[in-house]
Ligand binder design. Structure first.
Ligand SMILES: Nc1ncnc2c1ncn2[C@@H]1O[C@H](COP(=O)(O)OP(=O)(O)OP(=O)(O)O)[C@@H](O)[C@H]1O
Ligand SMILES: [Mg+2]
Length: 259
């Protein structure tokens, strides 16, 4: 790690599927406490990058350091427990369970007491359950989803399901939150709500955020620094002001509106 302020360091990551290069030699860092956006046209490799960070994909080349630890050597199931949570481009929730149960499940899956231990120390397990419940209830209040806490998630409108998914990621109390198009498919009002929640998570909870988003106005508004991918290659990296004027970026988005 270069500096104490660097939370995540992506170092020369390459990933391909058969003959398709999804990522080629991509490097960037994420500083503690910033909102770091990843943008780029469809198929640029944004989701693949997030999948490499969360351990869902293993890059064929390169390393990803989180708090100094090389994530490419950590089993995927352990990465959440290091303090990384994510949401998916296509929502991933238990559709047959309630909002509350989805959030509780997130805590149980990643932080559960060893089952033998919980039989031996029943009191301790009980206290843990109460503590989990407190964290989850606080998140439900924070995201203003108390009215749907008992509702079955599969029956909720899309915008609310996205919010529940954010709640599920927050239930892990992450240091680093990876958001893959959290506002895609939302109407203007839902987008504004989601942007407010992301900013609140960042400011009030001090969570570092990596955000993939196609809404350029929003990206340029809320992020500290932006990485731009195109065909799996990093073509620009800098503040929103720099990115807006970057010739390579303008070329990559040719014909599209870049605010
Ligand atoms: N599991 C996979 N198997 C084969 N090819 C894949 C797989 N995942 C991604 N790819 C390919 O890798 C490239 C990058 O895809 P990726 O989903 O990372 O792009 P993206 O920037 O997230 O695009 P979008 O904006 O459409 O979500 C694409 O060419 C895609 O077809
Ligand atoms: Mg994607």
């Amino acid at each position: 790690m270069q500096s104490d302020s660097v939370l995540l360091q992506v170092d020369s990551v390459s990933l391909s599927f058969g003959g398709t290069a999804a990522l080629t030699d991509v490097s960037f860092d994420v500083r503690r406490g910033e909102i770091r956006a990843i943008i780029g046209p469809n198929g640029a490799g944004k989701t693949s990058m997030l999948n490499c960070i969360s351990g869902f994909y293993r890059p064929q080349k390169g390393h990803i350091y989180f708090k100094g630890q090389d994530l490419t050597k950590v089993p995927a199931y352990k990465i959440a427990s290091l303090g990384i949570a994510r949401t998916f481009q296509n929502i991933a929730l238990y559709t047959g369970l309630s909002t509350l149960d989805n959030l509780m499940a997130a805590r149980h899956i990643h932080m559960k007491q060893n089952s033998l231990q919980s039989m031996l120390y029943w009191g301790k397990a009980q206290r843990e359950e109460v503590a989990h419940r407190e964290v989850v209830e606080e998140i439900i209040d924070f995201l203003e989803i108390a009215h749907i806490r008992k509702a079955i998630v599969g029956a909720l409108p899309y915008g609310l399901r996205k919010r529940v998914e954010l709640g599920r990621a927050l239930a892990l109390e992450p240091d680093l939150l990876l958001l893959d198009e959290p506002m895609a498919g939302m109407n203007v009002e839902e987008k504004e709500d989601m942007a407010r929640f992301i900013l609140d998570i960042h400011e009030r909870r001090g969570v570092t955020i990596v955000l993939i988003e196609h809404d350029m106005g929003l990206v340029m508004d809320i992020s500290d620094r932006v990485v731009v991918l195109d065909f799996g290659v990093k073509i620009a990296d800098g503040t929103p002001e720099m990115i807006k004027q970057d010739e390579n970026v303008i070329r990559a988005y040719l014909g599209q509106e870049l605010i």
